[in-house]
Ligand binder design. Structure first.
Ligand code: GPP
Ligand code: MG
Length: 301
């Protein structure tokens, strides 16, 4: 059989950087348009804008206790829920940042898929290191750079409108790099090849990710719904370790955060002012065993 051009439907592939595929354009469209209250209202609290979920136990008193009187004031209740969700997202960011070190102000780190930039600020404040964030959303990069300017850390923390699969940064320049819930947008081999190129020998790579559970089988209905919701493609757990092994990344710490991730979704589900509609799907996916929330830290050898 001969396949000719006429047999295939040509997808126009944009040539202008940073997009290497039509898919990336659509993903960038999503993030350029995204203004979910669950991200903006939480971020406003202390100007740390995250695009990941939370870990740890919920203080359930936020739902009913009101220290101002016996009646539950709905506005104060809403604010307490928002602050509690932000606390859990911050705990997740701190957990990841804690695995990057030890680092010093002389070190440079890469935040791959940086969103509105919170993770790079967290790493910089913790270690004093220089941080570069990359995102294929120009709007996110602009927003994050504005935040860095407001904090007067824009000489040390910079965001770039770039594809994390091909950043153009110098080889071996980074002491640590990470993906916080962004690996599901890319092919892992291409991603880890770029991290391995950018990290110095002995450098540290960390990811927190949602993955589907090989022991369950293939991707469940809930995993497919999450993919459709965010336009992503969740990988199986096994693929992370295969792709790391192929790209000089040797796991040093693996942590199943699934149980720690559930309280966040239980609280988020009750936050009428913040829900996006994906809350029950995450809870079912975690509870039926088809989906896992994982931290992997690896050394670049
Ligand atoms: C959260 O971003 C993360 C993703 C969109 C990637 C998918 C993650 C998985 C673990 C599958 P967000 O904070 O912008 O999402 P939301 O608006 O729902 O809070
Ligand atoms: Mg969010």
């Amino acid at each position: 059989m001969t396949i000719t051009d006429a047999d295939t439907t040509a997808a126009p592939v944009p040539t202008q950087s940073p997009y290497h595929s039509t898919y990336q354009h659509r993903v960038a469209d999503y993030w350029n348009a995204e203004e979910n209250a669950v991200n903006l209202e939480l971020g406003k609290i202390d100007d740390l804008y995250h695009h990941h979920y939370g870990v740890g136990g919920v203080d359930w008193a936020v739902l009913d206790e009101d220290h101002g009187g016996s009646e539950v004031d709905p506005v104060r209740r809403r604010d307490r829920i928002t602050a509690e969700l932000h606390r859990l997202e911050q705990a997740q960011a701190d957990l990841l940042a804690g695995r990057l070190g030890p680092l010093s102000p002389a070190d440079r780190v890469l935040d791959a898929g940086c969103g509105r930039g919170g993770g790079s600020v967290v790493a910089h404040l913790r270690y004093g290191c220089r941080a570069d964030g990359v995102t294929i959303s120009g709007k996110q990069a602009d927003f994050a750079n504005e935040q860095a300017r407001k904090r007067s850390i824009d000489d040390r923390v910079r965001y770039h409108h770039l594809d994390m699969l091909g950043t153009g940064f110098p080889s071996g320049a980074f002491a640590a790099s990470w993906n916080n819930e962004s690996t599901m947008y890319v092919e892992l081999d291409l991603l880890f090849a770029e991290h391995a190129r950018l990290l110095r020998r002995g450098g540290r790579y960390v990811t927190i990710t949602g993955c589907y559970n090989d022991a369950y089988g293939r991707a469940s209905r809930e995993v497919s719904l999450i993919n459709a919701h965010y336009i992503c493609d969740i990988h199986p757990r096994s693929e992370y370790f295969r792709a790391m092994a192929r790209n000089r990344l040797v796991p040093v710490h693996v942590q199943d955060l699934t149980a720690d991730a559930i309280p966040y979704w239980q609280l988020r589900k009750q936050a009428d002012h913040l829900v996006t509609g994906i809350e029950d799907t995450f809870l079912t996916a975690y509870e039926n065993g088809s989906f896992q929330y994982l931290l992997i830290a690896a050394d670049r050898v």
